[in-house]
Write a protein that binds this ligand. Structure first.
Ligand code: FES
Length: 120
């Protein structure tokens, strides 16, 4: 089992390695999309660039490598951003949903996360 910590929502979710991150977020009924993605998204086909998440912790191998689609779609985005629909969980990781509109207390959330050990 792997644990994905969603720092915006303040929850840890268990999942199986190999699970798609977008599917996990939706299964847990968390909000993945901003307004643009709510109004219209590609359903996980890697075409709309609305399922951004940022990777806030875990090791370098916690998630699958960037896909070719992500390399194209994330060209001008921060290095720790991923497209959830293109990302598979490999081991425990820390994720911020909707990094394009971070919560006002994002620094607090990051600090709090840094003080909590991530289960392996
Ligand atoms: S859902 Fe469209 S790019 Fe991920």
């Amino acid at each position: 089992m792997a644990t994905i910590r969603f720092i915006r929502e303040g929850i840890d979710v268990q999942c199986q390695p190999g699970e798609n991150l977008r599917d996990l977020v939706i299964k847990e009924k968390l909000q993945l999309y901003g307004l643009k993605g709510i109004l219209g998204n590609c359903g996980g086909a890697g075409q709309c660039s609305t399922c951004f998440v940022s990777v806030e912790g875990g090791n370098n191998n916690s998630l699958s490598p960037l896909t070719v689609v992500e390399e194209e779609k994330l060209k001008n985005r921060p290095e720790n951003w991923r497209l959830a629909c293109q990302t598979l969980v490999k081991s425990s990781s820390v994720i911020l949903t909707k990094p394009q509109s971070p919560p006002s207390n994002i620094d607090e959330l990051r600090e709090s996360n840094n003080n909590k050990k991530l289960p392996r």
